[in-house]
Design a protein around this ligand. Structure first.
Ligand SMILES: N[C@@H](CCC[C@H](N)C(=O)O)C(=O)O
Length: 278
C-alpha cells in the first residue's frame, strides 16, 4: 500500500490517497499499525484522502490509538497542500469535508509552490452539551477541575473536537506526563478531551504544550491552538490575534469578528513509500 508522510510543525501523519482508488480498509486497525514508531512508519495519526459529495474532497483522520476524531488542524493544512500539488483539487480556495463540517482553505502559492496554508476553522463551540463537558453550566470558562489531588481552573472549547485549556504560570514545572492522560480521561469529558496547557507571554503571544486525545504528547495541535486562542480571549488574557509557540514551531491564530477562527501555518512533506503489509 502506497503512502505519503507529511507533518505540520512536527505533528506527523501517514497519508493514504484513496481519492480515486476505492479501498475497503479497516482504517482504525491500520492506523494502530502504521503509526507505531518501531513496528510501523510512525505518526500521530493517519489521514485518508477521499472523494466528497458536498465539497472538493473529504478528509478522514484516525488517531494513532485507532479512534476517529472529528477534525485535525495540522492535518488539514497538509491535506490541502497534497491534493493541490497532485492536481486532485485545482480550486484555491478549496473546500474539504470533515466530521466537523466543511472547511475552506486558502493556499499561498509562489512560483507554483505552496508556501503557506490558511484555514477557516469555523466557529468555536462553547455549549457544554456540544463540547461535550458534563454538568458545568454555561459558558465553561474558568471552571474548577480536580485531578490527581490538584485543583485547576479550566476552559472548555470545541473546534469540532473537544479541548480543555488550562492556563499555568510555568510550563517547565508542570507534571505534564501524569496530568495529560488523567485529564484526557477525566469523567467530566464523556468523549474524552485534548488537553492544552498554556503560558501567556503577552497579549499577542502564548506558549502551549499539548496532550492529545488518542495520540498523547504531540509537537503541535492546530485545533488545540485555535481553541486556546478562543479560551485566552474569553479569559481576557490576550487579543483576538495571537502567535502560539508550540514545541514544533509557531501557529498564527485569529478569532475574527465574524466569529470564525483562522489558522495559518506550514505543511511539509517528509517522504513517500510503500507499506509492506503484515
Ligand atoms: N493534532 C490535531 C488534532 C487531532 C485529533 C485529536 N487528537 C482528537 O482526538 O481530537 C490538530 O492539529 O488539530
Amino acid at each position: 500500500m502506497k503512502f505519503i508522510k507529511m507533518h505540520g510543525l512536527g505533528n506527523d501523519f501517514v497519508f493514504l490517497d484513496h481519492f480515486s482508488i476505492a479501498a475497503d480498509e479497516d482504517y482504525p486497525e491500520l492506523a494502530k499499525k502504521l503509526c507505531h514508531r518501531q513496528f510501523g512508519i510512525g505518526g500521530d495519526g493517519i489521514i485518508v484522502i477521499l472523494p466528497s459529495q458536498v465539497a472538493d474532497a473529504r478528509m478522514r483522520i484516525i488517531n494513532s490509538d485507532g479512534s476517529e476524531p472529528e477534525m485535525c488542524g495540522n492535518g488539514i493544512r497538509c491535506f490541502a497542500r497534497y491534493v493541490y500539488d497532485q492536481g486532485i483539487v485545482t480550486q484555491n480556495p478549496m473546500r474539504v469535508e470533515t466530521l466537523a463540517g466543511v472547511m475552506t482553505i486558502q493556499l499561498t502559492i509562489k512560483e507554483a509552490q505552496v508556501q503557506g496554508v490558511r484555514v477557516d476553522m469555523g466557529e468555536p463551540i462553547l455549549r457544554a452539551d456540544l463540547i461535550p463537558v458534563l454538568g458545568q453550566g454555561e459558558p465553561v470558562v474558568g471552571k474548577t477541575l480536580e485531578v490527581l489531588g490538584e485543583t485547576f481552573q479550566y476552559t472548555a472549547v470545541s473546534m469540532g473536537n473537544p479541548h480543555c485549556i488550562i492556563f499555568v504560570k510555568d510550563l517547565a514545572t508542570l507534571d505534564f506526563e501524569r496530568l495529560g492522560p488523567a485529564i484526557e480521561k477525566h469523567s467530566l469529558f464523556p468523549r474524552k478531551t485534548n488537553v492544552e496547557f498554556i503560558e501567556i507571554n503577552s497579549v499577542q503571544e502564548m506558549t502551549m504544550k499539548v496532550w492529545e486525545r488518542g495520540a498523547g504528547p504531540t509537537l503541535a495541535c492546530g485545533t488545540g491552538a485555535c481553541a486556546s486562542a478562543v479560551a485566552a480571549v474569553l479569559n481576557e488574557k490576550t487579543e483576538r490575534t495571537v502567535t502560539i509557540h508550540l514545541p514544533g514551531g509557531d501557529l498564527f491564530i485569529e478569532w475574527g469578528l465574524d466569529n470564525h477562527v483562522y489558522m495559518t501555518g506550514p505543511a511539509m512533506y517528509v517522504f513517500k513509500g510503500e507499506w509492506l503489509e503484515n
